[in-house]
Write a protein that binds this ligand. Sequence first.
Ligand SMILES: NC(=O)c1ccc[n+]([C@@H]2O[C@H](COP(=O)([O-])OP(=O)(O)OC[C@H]3O[C@@H](n4cnc5c(N)ncnc54)[C@H](O)[C@@H]3O)[C@@H](O)[C@H]2O)c1
Length: 262
Amino acid sequence: MSSTQRWALILGASSGFGAATARALADAGFNIFGVHLDLKSTLPRARQVQADIEAKGRKAFFFNKNVADDRNRAEIIAKMKRLLGSRCKIHVVLHTVAFGNLKRYIADDPKDAVDRKAMEMTLDVMANSFVYWTQDLVRAGLLTRGSKVYSMTSAGSHRVFIGYGPVSAAKAALESHTRQLALELISKGICVNAIQAGAADTPALRAIPNQKEAVAHVKELHPDGRLTVPEDVARVIVALADPNVDWITGTVIRVDGGEDNW
Ligand SMILES: NC(=O)c1ccc[n+]([C@@H]2O[C@H](COP(=O)([O-])OP(=O)(O)OC[C@H]3O[C@@H](n4cnc5c(N)ncnc54)[C@H](O)[C@@H]3O)[C@@H](O)[C@H]2O)c1
C-alpha cells in the first residue's frame, strides 16, 4: 500500500455514529477498517456501509467480531498490519461501541437489577476495550505522529438517567481512560480525545428505558428543537483529521449543539 493513503479504524462501524463517520471519512479520502457486532437481522446495515465506502472509490475491510475479545483484537490487528505493510498507518481511530446493560441498580426482584457479570461486561466492552485496542495499535506500530484517537462519551458520564447506571459508569471510566492515554501518548504526537455527542436517534438510544420522554425533553429544551444526528459528529471528526490540528488532546469535545447546557 502507498504511504500516502489515509486509513481509519472504526470500532462500531455498522450503525449510528460509527457508520456516519465511516462514510464521511471515506468521502474525505480515507480507507476504512470497520469492526461491528451484527446478527443476521442487522448484518445488511454493515454490508451497506461497506458498499457505500467502496462506491466512493475507497477500500473497506469489515470484521463482524466482538471488540472486547482479546483473540479477535489480536487477529484483526495482525490482519490490518499485513494489509497495510510497514509504511501505512492508521490516522483516525474511533471507538463507538454501544453494548451496555440498562438495568437499575435497585429493584425488588434481584433479577431486575444489574449484577456483577452485567456490570463488568458493560465496563469491559464500553470503556476498557478502548484502552486495550489503543495499547495494541501502538505496539503494532500502526499509529503515527498526527494520529487521532477518539472515544465516544455522553452526558451520562456526569448526569443521572434511569436505567443508564452501568453505562454512566462506563462513560466516566472511558473519559478517565481517554485522559490517561492522552498523557501517555502526547510524546508520540498522538492525540486522544472523547467526543461527547448529544442524544441521537440510533438503535442504542432506542434501547434506553424512558428514552421517549428523554428525547421529548431534549427537543423541548433545545433552542434549535432537534436532536444531534450522527453526521454532526462525523463532520467534526473529519475536520479534526487535518494533520495541522495537533494540540487538542486529553479532553472531552462536546458535539451536542449545546444540549448539555440547557
Ligand atoms: N445515540 C446517542 O444518543 C448517544 C449519545 C452519546 C453517546 N453515544 C455513544 O456513542 C456510541 C455509539 O452509539 P450509537 O448510538 O451510534 O449506537 P448504535 O447502536 O447505532 O451503534 C453501535 C455500534 O456498535 C457495534 N457494537 C456493539 N457492540 C459491539 C461489540 N461488542 N463488538 C463490536 N461492535 C459492537 C454495533 O455493531 C454498531 O456498529 C456508544 O458508545 C454510545 O454510548 C450515543
